[in-house]
Design a protein around this ligand. Sequence first.
Ligand code: C2O
Ligand code: CU
Ligand code: CU
Length: 489
Amino acid sequence: MDRRQFLALGALAALPVAGLAVSCDDGSPRPAQRLNFTNRLRIPPVLAPESDGRIGLNMQAGSAELLAGKTAATWGFNGSYLGPTIRLRRGEQVRMAVTNRLPELSTVHWHGIRVPAAMDGGPHQLILPGETWTPQWTVDQPASTCWYHPHPHGSTAMHVHKGLAGLLLVDEPGGPELPDRYGENDIPLILQDKRFTAKGEFAGDVLTGTFGLLGDTMLVNGTHDPYLEVAHRRVRFRVLNASNARMYHLVFADNRRFQVIATDAGLLPAPVEVGTVALTPGERVEIVVEFAAGESAILRSQAREHGMDLNDDYGIDKGDFDILRITAAARLTDGPPVPARLSPVGPVQVPSGAPVRRFTLNGSGSINGREMDPSRIDEVIPAGAKEIWEVRNPGFAHNFHIHEVAFTVLDGGGEPTYGGRKDTVFVPPGKTVRLAVEFGRHTDPRAPYMFHCHILRHEDNGMMGQFLIVEPGTENSVSRHIPGPAHGH
Ligand code: C2O
Ligand code: CU
Ligand code: CU
């Protein structure tokens, strides 16, 4: 909606018209959104490899019926909105073929996947329109829920918002017995908040205000007003926050408790029973929920009480949304309870005397006083290092994501992490989060990995830095200046 239409609506709102809800354009959504649950939840299809074994992704423009009876111009992978779910098995050789059929350059990053830097799909691995990028790697990480999305510096917010995002599930043979029938008792939930024009097109500027776009309308897997029918007593949900800026606090309307079984980097050592779980952009969580035959449950994101958290004052966390209604069939298939032990992978243990690196998130667009510069290496790290990273946030709400690592949150985080390993963490205003970080072993003295705030407006603004992983002992001999993106302009 443009300024003039907004003013016109404002004038209308001043009239005593019953039931006319108006959201403001200042970043504050309506206080609560209740749904009717009229549309069956879409489940992204699983992408099968092509006959030559490659996994083919096409980035393309299209249009999608996101609101009933209306169409929006969108982008998607292999379709018009979002992308298929890609399943990888530990030990497998992956060969991707990503073709850019968009009118502009982009990249595709495998968020949470442990890959050599040249395969990471960050801002340096540009794919020009018409080009195909063919990264490959061997899957070597525990079972986890990861995702893929574009990462072109300065345009990530727009590309993701238009619809470019999908799930990457890593499977590991021999793991604990958990609900694993995709689409039946293993359900992906990709959460995004949007704004729409009256015609059903996307509205709002992803690069406006402090946080960029905060929506007033929820989409789950691209479905507005969704419901889900289940026929299993225990259902696993893999929840991804693929929103540009919004943080969710998930609860059930009847306050039922559920089990958290995994965070970003994989399964927890043991399940943790909770009544609520929080997700900032880029984070994932897996939960198992129990249903009784014939009942319905409503999953919501609850606004935090005012004053509980500084970020209320900044508008990031005011939303109170219905997310999904789940209805259980009259007869349910039973399955085993969640095992008491899940993963043997414990917290990251950092040796005493390990290096401590300190980062301050400044304003809404720099780290340690510097904006992202694609030609500047900020940190050089020996392969396999374990280090303490201290992330200080004197200002607005942020989070912090590091590519190609798993970390344990030691202290200062705004939300519990259940002893699980992560790659993205909430950094509340006024807090310093300390992370025990385990770096990967792929080395490359020329291709950097990224660390950044995953509020995409901040990332695009420059709240991002670059690190190299190098052979131990060569940290001081590598160049800290690198050429810009291979296809830079
Ligand atoms: Cu999900 Cu560097 O990003
Ligand atoms: Cu990432
Ligand atoms: Cu931020």
